[in-house]
Design a protein around this ligand. Structure first.
Ligand code: F0G
Length: 450
């Protein structure tokens, strides 16, 4: 391990200018966006921490591979590279490309879930929950109790509560549980990892009751790195070996290649089940495309094939996890309440503790996110009452770090802005909902200041 500062393991070849706005401009932009940062033009954002999904920088190797993309409709060479790269890490028999993670979710649930079924997960991401409910299933979140307490420090706060899982299976009956899912890392619960020990215990329970286990694998590489540095017995294994061991515990996965696929678009669905794979491919042809491209261009398949192998490199992951922790630790030291310890892809402000004077029905997370934009042009996202309604156990503001995109001085600026907002926190006011759509309301909801 290097003893010097952990630096970005790359140099910059191509740059993208960012634009400053004045506070007055941001006041008016915020009003025009109805206090929902999703509704802001991206050009009016200085540092965009809305998501780490598809917003990262690709490597020269990925851009090189893009030129080699084979755009054949059927039997594309790029599909072979895509499948081989995925099988090398994930090990599953069938690899089905999709345009992004939620398409994999929709296809999986359409084929496996019927009305009245129940699907447990450590924590369903919003699109996972919505797609499951759309298929008639009920989403049950069974993360360990520590995973719901922002300030509690635990090395694997993403773990599934195995006892609660077995209780649920006994209560509803294994016939009503078509699959069990593990989300690595647990995005909605603070980007927190799941241990190998926990995955092994969940897998054993799945085998005991004959229920398939699927991973929501979006940030599997970051999860593998946390296992390497936090779980006994894994310190000398590579992140790739750890990921291989974890995926061998399951029957398949859904994946958004916009995260640890290091690509700007894409995803996939994997399974070891031949019959299910056939049904999934039939549905894929209906709505996404032929099974050797699944709604992606050949060049996208190439970028993902290369990106997945870059995501499991130890020097990249060391920098990735260190840079996220750098942001979290600096604000935490000054008393800012965050989900501890820092997660893999993001830092989560605990809005209920940050602005305790704002009641939940006035959306403390949305109000805090609006204030961060007003103060410094930073865009973040609420994960709380707006996103999940009354089911929300926490109100968090997520600062997601795009991969290989911002430097340490960008992060220093973000720290300064957060500390300024922290000093002025008593002046932040709650918001009133003026419009909401029937589902996934956080994307288009509108507000006014109370
Ligand atoms: N599962 C998890 C855990 C996710 O974080 C996401 C996306 C998805 C599934 C869906 O993948 O966007 O490719 O359709 N998360 C993004 C985010 C949007 O900002 O956290 P997708």
């Amino acid at each position: 391990m290097p003893t010097h500062t952990i630096i970005e393991p790359f140099r910059i070849k191509s740059v993208e200018p960012i634009r400053w706005t004045t506070r007055e401009e941001r006041e008016s932009l915020l009003k025009q966006a109805h206090y929902n940062l999703f509704l802001l033009p991206a050009d009016d954002v200085l540092i965009d921490l809305l998501t780490d999904s598809g917003t990262g920088a690709m490597s020269t190797y990925q851009w090189g591979a893009i030129m080699e993309g084979d755009e054949s409709y059927a039997g594309s060479r790029s599909y072979d590279r895509f499948r081989d790269s995925i099988q090398n890490i994930f090990g599953y028999k069938h690899v089905i490309p999709t345009h992004q993670g939620r398409a994999a979710e929709r296809i999986l649930f359409s084929c496996m879930v019927k009305k009245g079924d129940v699907v447990p997960n450590n924590t369903h991401f919003d699109t996972t929950r919505a797609n499951l409910e759309h298929a008639g299933g009920e989403a049950v979140d069974l993360v360990i109790p520590e995973g719901k307490q922002p300030s509690t420090v635990h090395p694997f706060k993403g773990n599934m509560d195995v006892a609660a899982l077995e209780d649920l299976i006994k209560r509803v009956g294994k016939e009503r549980i078509p699959l069990i899912m593990l989300t690595v890392t647990n995005n909605s619960g603070g980007g927190q990892p799941v241990s190998m020990e926990n995955a092994r215990a969940v897998s054993a329970l799945c085998k005991k009751y004959g229920i398939p286990l699927y991973f929501d694998a979006c940030r599997f590489a970051e999860n593998a790195y946390f296992i390497k540095v936090r779980e006994k017995g894994y310190e000398n294994k590579t992140p790739k070996e750890i990921a291989q061991e974890m995926f061998a515990l399951g029957d398949g996965c859904t994946m958004s290649a916009k995260k640890d696929g290091m690509a700007n678009i894409g995803g996939f669905l994997c399974t070891n089940d031949d019959l299910l794979a056939q049904q999934e491919k039939d549905l894929l042809i209906l709505t996404e495309g032929y099974p050797t491209y699944g709604g992606l261009a050949g060049r996208d398949l190439e970028a993902i094939a290369v990106g997945l192998q870059e995501a499991v490199q130890t020097d990249y992951l060391r920098y990735r996890i260190a840079s996220t922790a750098y942001l979290g630790n600096h604000i935490h030291e000054q008393g800012v309440p965050i989900v501890m310890p820092p997660g893999g892809h993001a830092i989560y402000l605990d809005a209920r503790a940050f602005v305790p004077h704002i009641p939940l029905e006035q959306f403390p997370g949305v109000a805090l996110a609006a204030e961060l934009y007003l103060e410094g042009g930073i865009r973040t996202v609420e994960i709380g009452t707006l996103m999940f309604g009354a089911a929300a156990k926490m109100d968090l503001v997520r600062l997601a770090i795009p991969r290989r995109t911002y430097t340490q001085s960008h992060v220093d600026y973000v720290i300064e802005v957060i500390l300024e907002v922290w000093r002025k926190r008593q002046q932040i006011r709650g918001l009133k909902l003026t419009y909401e759509p029937p589902f996934l309301r956080h994307f288009t909801a509108r507000f006014e200041v109370v």
